[in-house]
Design a protein around this ligand. Sequence first.
Ligand SMILES: [Zn+2]
Length: 92
Amino acid sequence: MTVLIYDTAWQPNNALLERLHKVTGWYILNTYEEPGVGFEGFFFCQNNSCRDYRYIYHPDCEICGKRQHPNFVDYDDDDRLGCRHCLLGKPQ
Ligand SMILES: [Zn+2]
């Protein structure tokens, strides 16, 4: 098993990983997140087939650390991104 961790601009490099799978036959799993544009997902290749599952980005609440749906977070007066529970001072 080989694990690679890296940053890329704009898009996950799934086309390159698909080509790598076709050349080597390796099982490939690429998990990615793009908070700026607001998506995340995973891409995997196995048995000469690749699939990409992309969905809306879920940011981490900067107070409790839990991942939340983007409609469930907002910035407080100190510019911290917090979930509704933390911003309202209510335990989850
Ligand atoms: Zn929270």
